[in-house]
Design a protein around this ligand. Sequence first.
Ligand SMILES: Cc1ncc(COP(=O)(O)O)c(C=O)c1O
Length: 391
Amino acid sequence: MSDQQPTPPLSNEARMRSHAPLIPPIELSAVYCMRDPDDADAVLGGETPGFAYARDGHPNAEALAERCRQLHDAERGGVCASGMSALAAAVLAITKSGDHVLVSDQLYGKSIRLLAGECARFGVGATLVDTSCLDKVASALATRPKLLVIETISNPQLRVADIAALSKLAHAQGTLLLVDNTFATPTLCQPLTWGADIVLESLTKMMNGHSDVVLGFLGGAASIWERVPSVISTWGLAASPFDCWLALRGLGTLEVRIERASANALAVAEFLTTQPAVREVFYPGLPSSSEYALARQFLSGGFGSMVTFTLAGGRAAATHFIRALSQAIPFAPSLGDLSTTLSHPESTSHRGHSPEERERLGIDGGTIRLSVGIESRDQIISALAAAFALI
Ligand SMILES: Cc1ncc(COP(=O)(O)O)c(C=O)c1O
């Protein structure tokens, strides 16, 4: 993570006013008043900073985007109403009918649906590729797609992308690299510094960290940013002031939450490897993991808060285990909360995949994905141990 100092959400000038609020206020207004037509021309024409209509921009979105931009060392940044709307904004801003995109086959299911399903209706084609195989990516890039879309850490196998190699391969064909960094956050990885052109975060997850907003962030170089703000406004992808305010508050603790949750996750992964009921543990921080070398290269400060494991007893064992755990670790099919939660990919995130696709991704009925929180390590491990004792 960069050691740059965060810019305070309020300008120094605002802070120096006596009785200035320490934290930024929530500005819920949908519309802003203009002094006169010249003022309107100046604000709407972009010559004077200011706000006119909240769909185009508002102070809370600006403060949140600025904080995320700094965390990613991006030249430009913007927030959207969800991680999915951030992805939609990127595709709408960068591609046009007749273009095509190359998509990691391990991407979040809805991202695949957007890129390989919805986009086709607008004349943008998609090819899925196993981005952990650089040779396959190199040959797929020969068709010079507009965008290559990957995730820093994939779900649920937690495979780590070779962002530096993928960006070199993409750039050699004039392709832009978009990295969804949701499972890593900028605390562990800043994809733009490894050569990515665009970074995406579902702020809904660890970035906000409290499971009480749905929001997304997009950051990138000025050279690819030209159409992004107008796409966010015109397609109506803007975020609400209250959500932005909550997420900015959540970001204040991002680094300590991620470091603690990552340390907990490593301990949980090590514990799971000792359990006879567990057939396989996926965690990039385990030295035995196929992802360990890439994780050491691209992640710093921890290996992330997600741990996936497969119970030898299949779906019946998973059902039993999830029921036994439910008082201590809720089955809540999202991730990134303060407390540990779990998900069951077969019945939730990957239910739309065919059994063959699930098998290829290493998912069966016994696969469980933990989103490890910041509780005491002993508390999480004893809850898991108690559930193992019952199956
Ligand atoms: C890796 C990843 N990217 C993007 C998204 C979409 O984000 P949102 O739910 O904020 O639209 C998700 C949602 O689960 C996700 O897991």
